[in-house]
Design a binder for this molecule. Structure first.
Ligand code: NAD
Length: 492
C-alpha cells in the first residue's frame, strides 16, 4: 500500500538543459511517472530549454525517445504518453545570449499564477548567466523557485561564487540545491526510524553505538563521463555531498519539527562539529586510491587511466575517511566513510554498529555473542535490516546466533520505490525545502573537505591502487582494522 496521491498546484517546470542526459534519464521519466500517478494537474507544463535548434516536434521526439529508453514499456501506456506530451513545450535559447529569452518570457506569461520552477540541468558555469538573464527578463514571480544540480562548486570558494551569483536574483527560500540521495525512501525512513519510534533514539549515542559505516559503492567505472570525473574525483563527486548528507542525517540531534530550517539547522551543527582533518593527520585518517585493471562480475575491466586515455591523471576514484564528530553525543564514535568506482558491487548503505552487551550470562557453548547492527540500504534494493541475536531453534543447547530482521520496501509495500527525482520534483513544486541543502550547509561541507584536499597536495599523500572488482585498496581495510573493526562485507 502506498500513500495517497495529492495533486500539486499548477506549475511551469522550465528545464534548462532540456535535451541533456539528466533530463532524458531522470527528469522527464520522473515527471511522466508522477503524471501517471495522477499527481500533476491539467495546468502543469514542462518547458524544455536548450541551445539545440529543435522545433516543437523535434523536442517531442526527444521526449518520446527518452521515455521509451528509461521507462518500462509496460508503464508507457499510450493514453498516459499522450497526456504527458500535451504538457511539453520547447524553447531554443542559448542561455549566454539574448535570443530565445523573449519567447520564453511570453510562454511563461501565459501560465498566469502557476508555480514557476527553473531547473538548472546544465553545467554549473552557466548558473550565473542563466540567473542573470532570468532576472533581466523579469521572469521571477512570487511563486518562483530554482533547482541547482550538483556539483555546487569544486571547493568552498567556487561554491560561494555560485551561491552569490544565484543569490543576486533568487532568495534563499527559493533556492533548491538538490542531492538526490535525500529523495530516497531509506533516507527519509532513517528519520522515521529515529524520530517516530521509541526504540532507537535512547540508544543513538556513544554509550550504545560503537561505530558507523557509510558506503556508497559503484561497480561501474567512469565510462564516457571521464572528462568530467577527472576534474572532480570521488571526494567531490560523492563524499562532499551524498555521503556527508547521510552522515548528517544519521548523526543530527532531533529537530524540533520536521520542517526545512529545523532539519537543516541540525545538519549544519553536525558538519560544524566534524573534527578537522588536515596535513597533520590526513595520512592517518584518509585513504585515496585509483582503480586498475581487474574483473567485475566475471568480466575483465580496464584501469582508470586506460578508461580515461590519459596516463598521468592523479584523480582519486576511491576515498575512505575515518571521521569523528566532536560533540557530546558522538565523542569517540568513529564514522567510517568510503566511496569508489569499480568496486565489487553497486551498493549504498549506512551500517550502525551497536556496542557489545555489558555482561554475558551464557557459557562458552552458546558461542561468541555478536553485536546488534542496524543496516539501512539505499541501493540497489532499498530497505532496513535489524540484526538481533536469538537462540538457534531446536532442543539442543543454548546456542546463539545473529539473524536479520529484514524489511525490503518493495516486498513489504508491494510497490517498487519511486525514483528519488519524483519525490524531489514534487517537493519543489509544493515549496518544501526540507530535503534540499541550504547554502550554509554546502559551505560547511566544503570547509571540512577543502583542508583534506589541501593536505593531500601538501603531503603529496600516496595514491593507492586497487584492482577493479575488489572493495578498494588494502589501506582502506587497514584504516578500519587498525581500530579492531571490519567493514561489513568482511564481518561474519
Ligand atoms: P549534458 O551535457 O548531457 O546536457 C547539457 C544540456 O545543457 C544540454 O541540453 C545542452 O543543450 C544544454 N546547454 C549547454 N550549453 C548551453 C547553452 N549555452 N545554452 C543553452 N543550453 C545549453 O549534461 P547532463 O549530464 O545532463 O548534466 C547537466 C548538469 O547536471 C551537470 O551540471 C551535471 O554535473 C549535473 N548532473 C548530471 C547527472 C546525470 O546523471 N547526467 C547527475 C547529477 C548531476
Amino acid at each position: 500500500m502506498s500513500s495517497r496521491t495529492i495533486q500539486v498546484s499548477a506549475f511551469d517546470l522550465v528545464v534548462f538543459g532540456g535535451t541533456g542526459d539528466l533530463a532524458a534519464r531522470k527528469l522527464l521519466p520522473a515527471m511522466f511517472q508522477r503524471d501517471r500517478a495522477g499527481q500533476l494537474p491539467d495546468e502543469g507544463r514542462i518547458i524544455g530549454v536548450s541551445r539545440r535548434a529543435l522545433g516543437h516536434d523535434g523536442y517531442l521526439d526527444f521526449v518520446k525517445k527518452s521515455l521509451s529508453t528509461y521507462v518500462k514499456a509496460s508503464e508507457l501506456e499510450p493514453e498516459a504518453l499522450k497526456r504527458f506530451l500535451a504538457r511539453v513545450h520547447f524553447v531554443p535559447v542559448d542561455v549566454t545570449g539574448e535570443s530565445g529569452w523573449p519567447e520564453l518570457a511570453s510562454l511563461l506569461a501565459s501560465g498566469n499564477e502557476a508555480v514557476r520552477c527553473f531547473y538548472f540541468a546544465v553545467s554549473p558555469d552557466l548558473f550565473a548567466p542563466i540567473s542573470e538573464r532570468i532576472g533581466q527578463f523579469g521572469l521571477i514571480t512570487d511563486h518562483s523557485r530554482v533547482v541547482l544540480e550538483k556539483p555546487l562548486g569544486k571547493n568552498g570558494e567556487s561554491a560561494h561564487a555560485v551561491n552569490e551569483a544565484v543569490g543576486k536574483v533568487f532568495n534563499e527560500h527559493q533556492i533548491y540545491r538538490i542531492d538526490h540521495y535525500l529523495g530516497k525512501e531509506t533516507v527519509q525512513n532513517l528519520m522515521a526510524l529515529r524520530f517516530a519510534n521509541r526504540l532507537f533514539e535512547p540508544l543513538w549515542n556513544s554509550t550504545h553505538i560503537d561505530h558507523v559505516q557509510i558506503t556508497v559503492a559503484e561497480d561501474i567505472g567512469v565510462g564516457d563521463r571521464g572528462g568530467y570525473y577527472d576534474t572532480s574525483g570521488a571526494m567531490r563527486d560523492m563524499l562532499q555531498n551524498h555521503i556527508m548528507q547521510l552522515l548528517c542525517l544519521t548523526a543530527m540531534e532531533p529537530p524540533d519539527a520536521f520542517e526545512a530550517d529545523a532539519v537543516r539547522d541540525e545538519k549544519l551543527k553536525v558538519l560544524k562539529a566534524l573534527k578537522r582533518i588536515d596535513e597533520r593527520n590526513a595520512e592517518h585518517m584518509t585513504v585515496r586510491a585509483q582503480y586498475r585493471a581487474g574483473s567485475v562480475g566475471g568480466q575483465p575491466s580496464a584501469g582508470y587511466l586506460e578508461d580515461l586515455g590519459n596516463d598521468t591523471s592523479s584523480t582519486e576514484t576511491f576515498v575512505a575517511i575515518r571521521a569523528e564528530i566532536a560533540n557530546w553525543r558522538w565523542a569517540g564514535v568513529p564514522f567510517y566513510l568510503r566511496t569508489g568506482k569499480r568496486l565489487t558491487k553497486r551498493t549504498s548503505e549506512i551500517v550502525v554498529n551497536f556496542r557489545p552487551i555489558s555482561h554475558n550470562i551464557f557459557d562458552a557453548t552458546a558461542g561468541r555473542l555478536s553485536q546488534n547492527r542496524l543496516i539501512l540500504r539505499l541501493q540497489p534494493d532499498e530497505g532496513v535490516t535489524l540484526e538481533v541475536t536469538i537462540k538457534d531453534p531446536g532442543p539442543g543447547g543454548m546456542r546463539l546466533r545473529r539473524i536479520p530482521l529484514d524489511m525490503s520496501f518493495v516486498e513489504t509495500f508491494g510497490v517498487s520505490n519511486p525514483d528519488a527525482y519524483e519525490r524531489l520534483l514534487m517537493d519543489v513544486i509544493r515549496g518544501n525545502q526540507t530535503l534540499f541543502m541550504r547554502a550554509d550547509e554546502v559551505a560547511a561541507a566544503w570547509q571540512w573537505v577543502d583542508p583534506i584536499h589541501a593536505a593531500w597536495a601538501h603531503n603529496d599523500q600516496r595514491m593507492h591502487t586497487y584492482a577493479g572488482g575488489t572493495w578498494g585498496p588494502s589501506a582502506a581495510i587497514a584504516l578500519i582494522e587498525r581500530d579492531g573493526r571490519t567493514w561489513l562485507e568482511d564481518s561474519e
